[in-house]
Design a protein. Sequence first.
Length: 134
Amino acid sequence: MLTAHTIGSKYKEVKDKPLTEITKLIRKDLKNKFKDCKFRVYKTHYSGLTIRLTECKNPDKFGYWEGYNDKHIRIKRSFMKEIDQAADQYNFDNSDMMTDYSHVNFYVNIVADTNVLKEIDESGKVVDDPDNVR
């Protein structure tokens, strides 16, 4: 995860590239890193991109989160961090929270398709791990 005034390890190679080109590189990295999952990576607005988990056969990447009256399956925090780190290689953060100044190459939103969550939930192989769910 990037902190203020940091530059990702691959930022220099994409410094002058548009976000649509960066999404292709992130998609390629995710495909190589997570062989059992499929992702859609796309630009959502001027400086934002979404990483959507469209398929995943590994129940170890999910856990249950308990709300007031119900229980939901979610992506584990550790898996979210790994996805975020893959994207942050191409990002920089020159923000200053003391002065409420935000300056990044792009913002990342990570989501899972409801079909993926439903499929994993119905498999019955997810282990409760409340400390590791977002």
